[in-house]
Write a protein that binds this ligand. Sequence first.
Ligand SMILES: [Zn+2]
Length: 266
Amino acid sequence: MPIYDPTKMPANSFDTHTHLNDDAFWNELDAYVARAHEFRVMEMNIVGYDAKGNERALEIAHKYDGVNAIIGFQPEDAKFFDDQAAAELREQLNDVAVVGLGEMGLDYHWDTSSREDQLKAFEQQLEWAKELNKPVTIHSRDAMDDVYSILKNAHVGDFGGVMHSFTGNAEEAEKFLDLGMYISFSGIVTFKNSKDVQAAAQVVPLDRMLVETDAPYLAPTPLRGKQNEPAFVKYVVDGLAAQLGIDDKELATQTRANAHKLWSLD
Ligand SMILES: [Zn+2]
Protein backbone atom coordinates (compact mmCIF):
# COMPACT_ATOMS: atom_id res chain seq x y z
CA MET A 1 0.00 0.00 0.00
CA PRO A 2 1.27 3.49 -0.76
CA ILE A 3 2.47 5.13 2.40
CA TYR A 4 1.68 8.76 2.82
CA ASP A 5 4.65 11.04 3.20
CA PRO A 6 3.77 13.18 6.25
CA THR A 7 6.36 15.80 5.34
CA LYS A 8 4.20 16.64 2.33
CA MET A 9 1.28 17.84 4.43
CA PRO A 10 2.39 19.52 7.61
CA ALA A 11 -1.14 20.42 8.75
CA ASN A 12 -3.19 18.49 11.27
CA SER A 13 -6.51 17.11 10.16
CA PHE A 14 -9.65 15.81 11.85
CA ASP A 15 -11.44 12.59 10.94
CA THR A 16 -14.96 13.57 11.95
CA HIS A 17 -16.53 10.13 11.50
CA THR A 18 -14.74 6.88 12.09
CA HIS A 19 -15.50 3.50 13.63
CA LEU A 20 -12.52 2.39 15.68
CA ASN A 21 -15.30 0.77 17.71
CA ASP A 22 -15.70 -1.77 14.86
CA ASP A 23 -14.30 -5.30 15.31
CA ALA A 24 -11.85 -4.54 12.48
CA PHE A 25 -9.88 -2.27 14.85
CA TRP A 26 -10.86 -3.24 18.35
CA ASN A 27 -7.82 -5.37 19.26
CA GLU A 28 -5.27 -2.98 17.74
CA LEU A 29 -6.49 0.42 18.81
CA ASP A 30 -3.05 1.71 19.84
CA ALA A 31 -1.62 0.87 16.42
CA TYR A 32 -4.40 2.60 14.49
CA VAL A 33 -4.27 5.71 16.67
CA ALA A 34 -0.46 5.81 16.32
CA ARG A 35 -0.72 5.52 12.56
CA ALA A 36 -3.31 8.30 12.47
CA HIS A 37 -0.85 10.48 14.39
CA GLU A 38 1.91 9.62 11.90
CA PHE A 39 -0.35 11.02 9.21
CA ARG A 40 -1.02 14.03 11.45
CA VAL A 41 -4.63 13.04 11.95
CA MET A 42 -4.56 14.17 15.56
CA GLU A 43 -8.30 14.27 16.24
CA MET A 44 -11.27 12.06 15.48
CA ASN A 45 -14.86 11.35 16.39
CA ILE A 46 -15.69 7.72 17.14
CA VAL A 47 -19.27 7.24 16.02
CA GLY A 48 -21.62 4.69 17.56
CA TYR A 49 -24.48 2.89 15.84
CA ASP A 50 -25.82 0.32 18.34
CA ALA A 51 -25.49 -0.53 22.05
CA LYS A 52 -22.11 -2.25 21.74
CA GLY A 53 -20.74 0.36 19.34
CA ASN A 54 -21.78 3.16 21.69
CA GLU A 55 -20.17 1.56 24.71
CA ARG A 56 -16.93 1.08 22.79
CA ALA A 57 -17.02 4.65 21.42
CA LEU A 58 -17.11 5.95 24.99
CA GLU A 59 -14.29 3.65 26.06
CA ILE A 60 -12.05 4.80 23.19
CA ALA A 61 -12.83 8.48 23.78
CA HIS A 62 -11.85 8.12 27.42
CA LYS A 63 -8.61 6.41 26.50
CA TYR A 64 -7.08 8.80 23.92
CA ASP A 65 -6.53 12.54 23.75
CA GLY A 66 -8.17 14.31 20.84
CA VAL A 67 -10.77 11.55 20.50
CA ASN A 68 -14.47 12.28 21.06
CA ALA A 69 -17.56 10.11 21.12
CA ILE A 70 -20.75 10.55 19.12
CA ILE A 71 -23.34 7.99 20.15
CA GLY A 72 -26.71 6.88 18.87
CA PHE A 73 -28.67 4.23 16.97
CA GLN A 74 -28.30 4.02 13.21
CA PRO A 75 -31.43 3.25 11.17
CA GLU A 76 -30.33 -0.31 10.33
CA ASP A 77 -30.31 -1.10 14.07
CA ALA A 78 -33.47 0.84 14.94
CA LYS A 79 -35.31 -2.42 15.64
CA PHE A 80 -33.04 -2.86 18.67
CA PHE A 81 -33.89 0.61 19.99
CA ASP A 82 -36.42 -0.60 22.55
CA ASP A 83 -37.28 1.12 25.83
CA GLN A 84 -34.30 -0.39 27.61
CA ALA A 85 -31.83 0.58 24.84
CA ALA A 86 -33.29 4.07 24.77
CA ALA A 87 -32.91 4.49 28.53
CA GLU A 88 -29.32 3.26 28.36
CA LEU A 89 -28.45 5.64 25.53
CA ARG A 90 -30.07 8.57 27.29
CA GLU A 91 -27.90 7.84 30.34
CA GLN A 92 -24.72 7.52 28.24
CA LEU A 93 -25.42 10.89 26.62
CA ASN A 94 -24.50 12.52 29.94
CA ASP A 95 -20.90 11.31 29.57
CA VAL A 96 -18.42 14.20 29.19
CA ALA A 97 -16.77 12.49 26.19
CA VAL A 98 -19.98 12.79 24.15
CA VAL A 99 -19.87 15.76 21.77
CA GLY A 100 -22.86 14.88 19.61
CA LEU A 101 -25.58 12.35 18.80
CA GLY A 102 -25.58 9.81 16.00
CA GLU A 103 -25.35 8.22 13.75
CA MET A 104 -29.06 8.41 13.18
CA GLY A 105 -31.35 8.83 10.21
CA LEU A 106 -33.13 6.75 7.60
CA ASP A 107 -31.87 3.95 5.37
CA TYR A 108 -34.26 2.70 2.71
CA HIS A 109 -31.52 0.75 0.96
CA TRP A 110 -30.95 -2.02 3.49
CA ASP A 111 -34.34 -1.88 5.16
CA THR A 112 -33.08 -4.17 7.95
CA SER A 113 -35.36 -2.30 10.37
CA SER A 114 -38.91 -1.27 9.51
CA ARG A 115 -39.43 2.30 8.42
CA GLU A 116 -41.66 2.77 11.43
CA ASP A 117 -38.86 1.72 13.81
CA GLN A 118 -36.35 3.89 11.92
CA LEU A 119 -38.56 6.93 12.22
CA LYS A 120 -39.23 6.36 15.91
CA ALA A 121 -35.51 6.07 16.76
CA PHE A 122 -34.62 9.06 14.59
CA GLU A 123 -37.25 11.34 16.14
CA GLN A 124 -36.42 10.36 19.71
CA GLN A 125 -32.74 11.13 19.15
CA LEU A 126 -33.53 14.47 17.53
CA GLU A 127 -35.59 15.37 20.57
CA TRP A 128 -32.65 14.61 22.86
CA ALA A 129 -30.29 16.58 20.63
CA LYS A 130 -32.56 19.57 21.01
CA GLU A 131 -32.82 19.06 24.78
CA LEU A 132 -29.02 18.71 25.19
CA ASN A 133 -28.21 21.29 22.50
CA LYS A 134 -25.76 18.94 20.79
CA PRO A 135 -25.32 18.44 17.03
CA VAL A 136 -26.52 15.37 15.18
CA THR A 137 -24.65 13.13 12.74
CA ILE A 138 -27.03 12.06 10.00
CA HIS A 139 -26.99 8.85 7.98
CA SER A 140 -29.21 9.01 4.90
CA ARG A 141 -29.40 6.32 2.27
CA ASP A 142 -31.99 6.38 -0.51
CA ALA A 143 -34.07 8.56 1.83
CA MET A 144 -32.91 12.11 1.13
CA ASP A 145 -36.38 13.71 0.86
CA ASP A 146 -37.76 12.19 4.06
CA VAL A 147 -34.56 12.96 5.99
CA TYR A 148 -34.76 16.53 4.79
CA SER A 149 -38.38 17.06 5.91
CA ILE A 150 -37.73 15.54 9.33
CA LEU A 151 -34.63 17.68 9.93
CA LYS A 152 -36.47 20.76 8.75
CA ASN A 153 -39.40 20.11 11.09
CA ALA A 154 -36.96 19.48 13.95
CA HIS A 155 -35.28 22.87 13.34
CA VAL A 156 -31.91 21.16 13.14
CA GLY A 157 -30.20 24.51 12.69
CA ASP A 158 -30.95 25.31 16.34
CA PHE A 159 -28.63 22.56 17.63
CA GLY A 160 -26.58 21.82 14.51
CA GLY A 161 -25.85 18.78 12.42
CA VAL A 162 -23.85 17.18 9.67
CA MET A 163 -24.85 15.10 6.67
CA HIS A 164 -22.23 12.37 7.04
CA SER A 165 -20.55 10.73 4.04
CA PHE A 166 -22.66 12.88 1.77
CA THR A 167 -23.95 11.07 -1.30
CA GLY A 168 -26.38 13.64 -2.68
CA ASN A 169 -26.07 16.06 -5.56
CA ALA A 170 -25.40 19.82 -5.57
CA GLU A 171 -29.06 20.77 -5.30
CA GLU A 172 -29.55 18.49 -2.29
CA ALA A 173 -26.38 19.84 -0.65
CA GLU A 174 -27.78 23.35 -0.93
CA LYS A 175 -31.03 22.32 0.76
CA PHE A 176 -29.20 20.92 3.79
CA LEU A 177 -26.90 23.95 3.89
CA ASP A 178 -30.01 26.13 4.02
CA LEU A 179 -31.08 24.22 7.14
CA GLY A 180 -27.80 25.35 8.73
CA MET A 181 -26.07 21.99 8.42
CA TYR A 182 -22.53 20.97 7.58
CA ILE A 183 -21.71 18.58 4.75
CA SER A 184 -19.10 15.88 5.35
CA PHE A 185 -17.23 14.17 2.53
CA SER A 186 -15.77 10.67 2.74
CA GLY A 187 -13.67 8.68 0.28
CA ILE A 188 -16.70 8.60 -2.02
CA VAL A 189 -15.84 12.10 -3.25
CA THR A 190 -12.49 10.75 -4.51
CA PHE A 191 -14.05 7.99 -6.62
CA LYS A 192 -13.85 8.65 -10.33
CA ASN A 193 -17.53 7.90 -10.98
CA SER A 194 -18.90 10.04 -8.11
CA LYS A 195 -19.80 12.95 -10.37
CA ASP A 196 -22.86 14.11 -8.39
CA VAL A 197 -20.99 14.14 -5.08
CA GLN A 198 -18.07 15.98 -6.68
CA ALA A 199 -20.50 18.57 -8.05
CA ALA A 200 -21.98 18.89 -4.55
CA ALA A 201 -18.51 19.62 -3.13
CA GLN A 202 -18.25 22.57 -5.50
CA VAL A 203 -21.27 24.31 -3.94
CA VAL A 204 -20.43 23.74 -0.26
CA PRO A 205 -18.75 26.81 1.26
CA LEU A 206 -15.37 26.01 2.80
CA ASP A 207 -16.59 26.98 6.25
CA ARG A 208 -19.39 24.38 6.12
CA MET A 209 -17.33 21.43 4.92
CA LEU A 210 -16.02 18.46 6.93
CA VAL A 211 -13.98 15.38 6.06
CA GLU A 212 -14.22 11.83 7.36
CA THR A 213 -13.16 8.27 6.62
CA ASP A 214 -16.20 6.26 7.81
CA ALA A 215 -13.52 3.60 8.38
CA PRO A 216 -13.39 0.62 8.04
CA TYR A 217 -15.54 1.35 4.96
CA LEU A 218 -15.03 3.56 1.91
CA ALA A 219 -11.24 3.74 1.60
CA PRO A 220 -10.41 6.74 -0.61
CA THR A 221 -8.53 6.65 -3.89
CA PRO A 222 -5.72 5.41 -4.20
CA LEU A 223 -6.62 2.80 -1.59
CA ARG A 224 -10.12 2.01 -2.80
CA GLY A 225 -11.18 -1.53 -1.88
CA LYS A 226 -8.68 -1.77 0.99
CA GLN A 227 -9.64 -1.56 4.65
CA ASN A 228 -9.97 2.10 5.53
CA GLU A 229 -8.57 3.64 8.74
CA PRO A 230 -8.48 7.13 10.30
CA ALA A 231 -5.00 7.94 8.93
CA PHE A 232 -6.43 7.84 5.42
CA VAL A 233 -8.56 10.94 5.90
CA LYS A 234 -5.41 12.56 4.47
CA TYR A 235 -6.29 11.09 1.09
CA VAL A 236 -9.80 12.51 1.31
CA VAL A 237 -8.25 15.92 2.02
CA ASP A 238 -5.80 15.50 -0.87
CA GLY A 239 -8.46 14.45 -3.36
CA LEU A 240 -10.98 17.06 -2.33
CA ALA A 241 -8.41 19.89 -2.24
CA ALA A 242 -7.32 19.00 -5.78
CA GLN A 243 -10.95 19.11 -6.98
CA LEU A 244 -11.52 22.47 -5.31
CA GLY A 245 -8.24 23.86 -6.60
CA ILE A 246 -7.05 24.82 -3.13
CA ASP A 247 -4.06 23.98 -1.00
CA ASP A 248 -4.37 20.68 0.91
CA LYS A 249 -2.97 22.33 4.02
CA GLU A 250 -5.63 25.01 3.86
CA LEU A 251 -8.40 22.42 3.50
CA ALA A 252 -7.07 20.33 6.40
CA THR A 253 -6.86 23.40 8.62
CA GLN A 254 -10.26 24.76 7.63
CA THR A 255 -12.14 21.46 8.03
CA ARG A 256 -10.48 20.95 11.40
CA ALA A 257 -11.61 24.43 12.52
CA ASN A 258 -15.14 23.68 11.27
CA ALA A 259 -15.22 20.48 13.35
CA HIS A 260 -14.14 22.41 16.42
CA LYS A 261 -16.91 24.90 15.85
CA LEU A 262 -19.70 22.36 15.19
CA TRP A 263 -18.84 20.14 18.18
CA SER A 264 -17.83 23.05 20.48
CA LEU A 265 -14.32 21.70 21.02
CA ASP A 266 -12.43 24.88 21.81
ZN1 LIG B 1 -20.53 5.50 9.91
